[in-house]
Design a protein. Structure first.
Length: 315
């Protein structure tokens, strides 16, 4: 009997569930199999009657993060086509944090889209859209009310048949509300939602684990818990794509290993002085580069930080 192709829907410490052609099933794990090597969105082959896991199929994209102090990356979602980076039109909007998400999306070889929620609660969304658009060359930015059905039409270009998207962002920005709108979930089936506190614009955690859901238009959406702190580690292509204006100017520097901080003949700082590169962008590039270098895995295992790369395809 041929093996059945399933898609991982949830991953917990000792169990996993998957979507089959007949609906959700619980995956039977072989002895000593650890779930840490699987991500929501993974495709697997399993025995048809017992749902016994046989093997995981190759991924075409993998989104992962590196929690502080962790020896190995935490897998967020696999086989993505688009990453919806969700932020709201209020004090949650933070260019530096959005750049971290963009770097991860670039490294995972998945297309990022900035989704500005609560657009109905501000007089003018233009300043938020303009600021987001400048974060990366060619970046797509949309604004919407996550509760309105019009949000489905706004995101439809990325949510068609065969497409998989994931929602990432801080707690309270409207990810769960947007999920409910995209999947038309209501009542007991709906994801719990929570707002942003008025005193500090911080969100309340409502989603506690990653999960896969069918979109009415034929696609799939992966919901993720809010992330307060997002560390960068072992990135290369992700930063180069994010800061393309710096990447393209750096070869003109006098010194090959120029840090763009103090060296003579620095083409990047000259471009900043001429107004061609934003000085704030250079500051943020330097901070992410320094953090990325400091967290780089030591091939000798020093400091216990050796880890496999496991990146997606290079662009």
């Amino acid at each position: 009997m041929p093996l059945e192709r399933l898609r991982i829907a949830t991953v917990h410490r000792a169990r996993m569930t998957a979507q089959s052609v007949d609906g959700p099933v619980r995956v039977t794990l072989p002895a000593k199999t650890k779930t840490t090597g699987f991500a929501v969105g993974d495709w697997i082959l399993a025995e048809p009657r017992t749902n016994l896991l046989v093997r995981r199929l190759d991924r075409h994209a993998l989104l992962q993060r590196n929690p502080e102090g962790a020896r190995v990356p935490q897998l967020i979602a696999a086989n993505l086509h688009t990453l919806f980076i969700v932020t709201s039109c209020n004090d949650d909007f933070n260019p530096a944090r959005l750049e971290r998400y963009l770097a991860l999306a670039n490294e995972a070889d998945t297309d990022p889209v900035i989704v500005l929620t609560k657009a109905d609660q501000v007089d003018d969304v233009t300043p938020f859209k303009d600021a987001a658009t400048k974060l990366q060359r060619g970046l797509k930015v949309v604004s919407l009310n996550a509760k309105a059905h019009s949000a489905v039409d706004t995101l439809a270009p990325w949510c068609g048949i065969g497409q998989t998207v994931a929602l990432v962002g801080s707690s309270g920005v409207g990810k769960s509300t947007l999920l409910n709108t995209l999947t038309e979930k209501s009542g007991e089936d709906a994801q719990l939602t929570g707002g942003i506190r008025e005193d500090d614009a911080k969100g309340r955690h409502t989603t506690t684990s990653r999960s896969l859901h069918a979109i009415k238009g034929g696609g799939w959406v992966i919901d993720t818990p809010g992330i307060r702190t997002l560390h960068v580690r072992d990135l290369s292509d992700g930063l180069d794509i994010l800061f393309a204006e710096i990447t393209e100017t750096a070869p003109d520097c006098k010194f090959r290993n120029c840090t763009h901080a103090h060296e003579p003949g620095c083409a990047v700082r000259a471009a900043v002085a001429a107004g061609r590169i934003d000085s704030a962008r250079l500051d943020r590039w330097r901070k992410l580069r320094d953090e990325n270098d400091a967290n780089a895995p030591d091939p000798n295992g020093a400091k216990g930080n050796a880890a496999p790369r496991g990146r997606g395809k290079k662009r």
